[in-house]
Ligand binder design. Structure first.
Ligand code: BTN
Length: 246
């Protein structure tokens, strides 16, 4: 049985990073599954690969604490769960804006601009593993292109108005639904839906890794969330982490 998570919100005006705050809560106070740290702004918002996540007031910055009584290698799958929850949330109040998933854990618009990002961190206390699932959604504003490796946009830039608090309520509801599906039916259902909503499937893409780039046709993701790329000779490369460029 997987009971519904009861969310417990901790609302802050400003924090260094909601992920770091959540990790401190786990270590210092043994925070429980379902704790959600949300802040109006972050002074040290973190993106993937050590990047800064620009975090002025007006956007959603939140971190969900989840207990992980399963193998830690499965935790990466939660980023696919969370991406679908972001898509579902936006669809629930702004169906006109079609969003896409971008491997492994971004959400982009059809103009290929980033609107949300996800950063998962794992923290272990004795034998208990916790996932801190950080979600940032550009609602009211977005950083300038010169500050980024990838152009960004916001919901407001698409004439969609919602407050970060209202977005969070819907997001937690959606996440609960996808998380339950993942727990009960496994990754295959998440994978299927994610593949239906990913940008660039069947197209030529480049995946940049720290020391080399791979270009080829984006074939699929496997049951572990790894990306399969077919090169010109028909060889398949399995990539477990990297950055996709279209
Ligand atoms: C990325 O796309 O690089 C991931 C961005 C994750 C940003 C969110 S905002 C809430 C949480 N707290 C952080 O410091 N980062 C995540």
């Amino acid at each position: 049985m997987h009971p519904k998570i009861t969310w417990k919100l901790i609302k802050l005006k400003e924090v260094d990073s909601t992920n770091d705050y959540a990790k401190r809560l786990i270590l210092e106070e043994g925070a429980l599954e379902g704790t959600v740290v949300v802040a109006e702004s972050q002074s040290w918002g973190k993106g993937r690969r050590g990047r800064i996540w620009h975090s002025p007031k007006g956007n959603l910055y939140c971190s969900l604490i989840l207990r992980c009584p399963y193998e830690t290698e499965l935790i990466g799958q939660l980023s696919f769960v969370a991406s679908l929850a972001v898509l579902d949330t936006v669809k629930s109040f702004a169906d006109e804006l079609k969003l896409f998933c971008k491997w492994p854990n971004d959400v982009i618009t059809s103009e290929l601009k980033k609107i949300a990002g996800i950063l998962i961190e794992v923290i272990s206390v004795k034998d208990h593993h916790f996932a801190v699932l950080g979600i940032g959604v550009n609602i009211g504003n977005y950083p300038l292109e010169s500050d980024l490796n990838w152009p960004a946009t916001s919901l407001r830039a698409h004439n969609i108005k919602i407050t970060p608090d209202a977005f969070l309520d819907l997001e937690l509801e959606s996440f609960q639904k996808y998380f339950f599906n993942w727990q009960t039916k496994g990754f295959s259902v998440i994978r299927e839906e994610w593949l239906h909503n990913v940008y660039g499937l069947g197209q030529a893409i480049t995946v940049k890794l720290p020391n080399r780039d791979y270009t080829g046709i984006f074939k699929t993701i496997d049951e572990h969330g790894a990306l399969w790329l077919e090169d010109q000779k028909g060889n398949l490369n399995r990539i477990i982490s990297g950055e996709v460029f279209y």
